[in-house]
Write a protein that binds this ligand. Structure first.
Ligand code: HEM
Ligand SMILES: *[C@@H]1O[C@H](CO)[C@@H](O)[C@H](O)[C@H]1NC(C)=O
Ligand SMILES: *[C@@H]1O[C@H](CO)[C@@H](O)[C@H](O)[C@H]1NC(C)=O
Ligand SMILES: *[C@@H]1O[C@H](CO)[C@@H](O)[C@H](O)[C@H]1NC(C)=O
Length: 523
């Protein structure tokens, strides 16, 4: 039988095939041997939780793309950990396009990557992938460049700088007009949150809002447009960012994603940023004074006068802070709309703290008083647990190293990570682990944050990352989200849910959002 097969095949096998086969065998053998040597040298055990799809990861890659388009990518990632012989091991390895990837949801390993072994890992190709839009900034740089950026930007996030919630109120008023326009009927609030966050972010970053919420549907056209770049910005920024997400999916082949549209959008974004950077650099002392402490650009221009540095850093912060906050608000309202009891409890807390309707005391809504709203904070935690804006992330090993867990039969020994190897960490899966959060891990229940079990979560709750690269805007984001939620609850006592599929399908680009939007009613 075998003989017959070979006889049939031989005529088709050219010497090229034989050579290719030989090369593959030598490659596999040598990588197997070096792995054995390394495992011995580093005292690491092989990961017990390997998933082999028998196609060098081609099938795996196809599955990922199909799931991403269906809005179920995070389910697939979460389930992947259970697909092997040792599903209780929260770390696994699998092949993607011929490369072995390590994926983990184990808080111990995540802590090692982000904190205790920070210097062993880096961002990989993020800088090259994002460079056309973001240049050199805190979100894209590694090493000294990153350290320098972080030192330069940290003062902008001090308490005094981020406490100006009153600056949000004009945007809330416009948002409220869009809500009222629907007269109690269902509408997509997610789309409005994305416009809201780009409007407020451009204002605090550049000193000018792009006013994407101002449109003819509420009888407001944009203020006389000062220059073209402003009108195009929001749209161009969204498109350019979508290209960045595609570039990062292409991994090493990112440079293939570089078409005219991407370049035009990048240009439009830069035109806008450059305009305001120039204004700041030419500002008179009085103008400087007026914007000081309120506008990031003016504060930052006291530290550097380099227009490219200013533009790059501001765009880096915009990318890091805009969609993440819009996502948090969207998922929160999706859950509030389908959980009347949670909405009622939240309403009671906010009304007792800040009044409502005619008697709203807007002036008393401050950074400090929002921090005292315990139920609101529990709601934000619960949203960030089930729907972390950045559901998965990765780092690349800078040298041969190990991670503390995942190896050996019981998964308790260290595993090897080779230089250049990618390490995925999926906080989405950590946040939904029943081992950590109990049997109701898949249920939205803010009350869990008042129970003792959540007091000692440590690295098992990580919506803002941890270690030296922890989100710089955490307090900023929580304050903004709290203010928006508080004001909407004050203005609209009644919420209703549209026919939204649950659990929701999710768009997973750099951050997460609800596929098809969040249809609710408010009145
Ligand atoms: C709900 C809202 C937010 C979430 C869930 C969030 C989450 C995160 C996460 C997970 C990272 C780490 C990314 C990585 O290292 O690969 C990060 C980094 C960062 N975030 Fe946020 N973020 C939010 C809002 C904001 C806001 C509003 C700002 C600024 C105004 C901001 C500024 C930054 C910056 C500058 C970094 C880079 C820090 C560094 O690499 O040193 N974030 N954020
Ligand atoms: C994209 O294409 C343009 C023009 O073809 C080229 O100048 C540029 O270097 C490319 N950018 C990247 C990042 O590949
Ligand atoms: C939300 O989570 C953080 C981080 O674990 C925790 O410190 C805080 O107490 C939690 N807030 C509430 C209201 O439970
Ligand atoms: C890391 O391991 C590879 C084999 O996978 C080896 O070729 C290389 O020399 C090692 N590098 C260091 C710095 O030990």
């Amino acid at each position: 039988m075998t003989h017959r097969l070979i006889n049939t095949l031989v005529p088709y096998l050219s010497s090229w095939h034989v050579l290719l086969g030989g090369v593959i065998i030598v490659y596999l053998l040598s990588s197997w041997v070096t792995k054995k040597i390394l495992v011995r040298r580093f005292g690491a055990e092989p990961c017990s939780n390997t998933i082999d799809d028998g196609s060098f990861g081609l099938r795996s890659c196809r599955d990922l793309i199909v799931a991403k388009n269906k809005g179920t990518l995070m389910d697939l990632v979460q389930n992947r950990f259970y697909e092997s012989k040792h599903p209780q091991n929260p770390t696994c390895t699998f092949m993607v396009m011929g490369n072995q990837v390590i994926a983990t949801k184990d808080p111990e390993n995540i802590k090692a990557v982000l904190a205790t072994q920070f210097n062993d890992f880096a961002l990989g190709d993020r800088h090259a992938q994002f460079k056309p839009l973001l240049g050199d900034g805190i979100f894209t740089l590694d090493g000294e460049g990153w350290k320098h950026s972080r030192t330069m930007l940290r003062p902008q996030f001090s308490r005094e700088q981020i406490a100006h919630v009153e600056a949000l109120e004009p945007h809330i008023q416009i948002l409220a007009q869009h809500v009222r326009k629907n007269k109690g009927q269902e509408f997509d609030i997610q789309e409005l949150f994305y416009r809201f966050t780009v409007d407020s972010a451009t204002e605090y970053l550049f000193g000018q809002s792009v006013q994407s919420l101002c449109d003819s549907s509420i009888g407001m056209d944009q203020e006389a447009v000062e220059f073209d770049g402003k009108k195009d910005f929001a749209e161009a920024f969204n498109t350019a960012q979508a290209y960045l997400a595609t570039r990062s999916i292409f991994q090493k082949l990112y440079f293939l994603v570089n078409n005219t549209e991407f370049r035009e959008c990048t240009k439009a974004v830069h035109r806008f940023a450059d305009h305001y950077v120039q204004l700041a650099l030419e500002a008179t002392p009085e103008e400087m004074e007026k914007h000081s402490g309120y506008v990031f650009l003016y504060e930052l221009s006291k530290q550097t006068r380099d227009p490219i540095v200013l533009r790059d850093q501001l765009l880096n912060i915009l990318v890091a802070g805009r969609d993440t906050t819009a996502g948090l608000l969207s998922f929160t309202f999706m859950e509030l709309a389908r959980n009347q009891n949670i909405w009622d409890k939240l309403k009671a807390e906010i009304y007792s703290m800040f009044g409502h309707g005619e008697n709203s005391d807007i002036g008393s809504i401050t950074f400090e008083s929002l921090k005292k709203c315990e139920y609101l904070k529990a709601i934000l935690n619960e949203s960030l647990r089930m729907y972390p804006s950045v559901p998965q992330n990765f780092r690349v090993a800078q040298k041969n190293t190990t991670l503390p867990r995942g190896g050996g039969k019981d998964g308790m020994s260290p595993i090897l990570v080779r230089k250049g190897q990618s390490l995925f960490y999926a906080v989405y899966a950590t946040h939904r682990s029943q081992e950590i959060y109990g049997p109701d891990a898949e249920i939205y229940r803010p009350e869990r944050w008042f129970e003792p079990s959540t007091k000692k979560l440590g690295w098992a709750f990580l919506p803002f990352n941890g270690g030296p690269r922890i989100c710089l805007g955490q307090q900023f984001a929580l304050t903004e989200a709290s203010y928006v939620i508080t004001r909407l609850v004050q203005l609209f006592p009644n919420i209703g849910s549209g026919n939204v599929e649950y659990p929701p399908k999710m768009i997973t680009e750099l951050t997460m959002s609800v596929q098809g939007g969040v249809s609710i009613s408010l009145s």
